[in-house]
Write a protein that binds this ligand. Structure first.
Ligand SMILES: *[C@@H]1O[C@H](CO)[C@@H](O)[C@H](O)[C@H]1NC(C)=O
Ligand SMILES: *[C@@H]1O[C@H](CO)[C@@H](O)[C@H](O)[C@H]1NC(C)=O
Ligand SMILES: *[C@@H]1O[C@H](CO)[C@@H](O)[C@H](O)[C@H]1NC(C)=O
Length: 179
């Protein structure tokens, strides 16, 4: 049902013991559903199956219109002036050294520590695993299952870090693979 949507991130947080009442969580982050540019218009199935069945947050705010700072905020709950990911480049803090120190302050790390299994698939901070001394073997702490895109958005001819094992994909559409 997600054939026409660019899903950049899929996070599942599953409680390992199904015998108690702790809920599971699924967070799906998509790109470019802009009301002004009518970005939802082509997404008929997403509107029918999710949008019309759910809640519209009419008064929601983002810390930044840039994707790396915004994703850093989603993962930590922090504003930009506190997580120091200012733009989409390593020198702007996107998967830079200041970010690495925060990877044990992410919601997934805390939930994993509290007993949840955590699953990540899709784009992480844009420059993830692109530095020669910090490649796809590096799995951020607090993820039980890790299937992150190396680098920024690419939908064909990309590399995923599958739990630290770099795997190349040529003709499989990324969204289909991570869903
Ligand atoms: C929120 O926005 C949606 C979509 O534009 C609209 O249909 C709905 O009436 C709005 N709700 C409120 C409470 O303003
Ligand atoms: C990103 O932020 C850094 C630090 O403020 C700055 O040096 C760099 O020029 C910025 N890069 C872009 C593309 O804006
Ligand atoms: C995967 O793709 C990267 C980037 O194009 C390349 O450097 C690497 O050699 C490829 N690895 C394999 C196993 O094909």
């Amino acid at each position: 049902m997600f054939n026409y949507i660019t899903v950049t991130l899929l996070v599942l947080v599953l409680h390992t013991c199904f015998c108690d009442k702790k809920p599971n969580f699924v967070l799906i982050l998509t790109d470019d559903q802009d009301i002004v540019l009518n970005g939802m218009e082509p997404l008929k199935n997403v509107q029918r199956l999710i949008g019309n069945e759910g809640t519209t947050f009419n008064n929601s705010y983002t810390t930044s219109p840039l994707c790396c700072p915004s994703r850093a905020s989603i993962l930590t709950g922090l504003y930009i002036h506190n997580h120091h990911t200012y733009n989409n480049s390593v020198d702007g803090g996107c998967y830079g050294s200041s970010w690495k120190q925060l990877e044990t302050s992410t919601f997934n790390y805390m939930m994993n520590t509290a007993g949840y299994s955590t699953f990540y698939a899709g784009k992480y901070l844009n420059t993830y695993a692109t530095q020669s001394d910090d490649g796809p073997e590096n799995v951020p702490p607090g993820w039980t299952e890790w299937h992150a895109l190396v680098g920024n958005s690419v939908y064909y001819d990309y590399t995923l870090s599958n739990n630290g094992v770099p795997t190349n994909y040529s003709d499989l559409y990324l969204t289909d693979v991570i869903i």
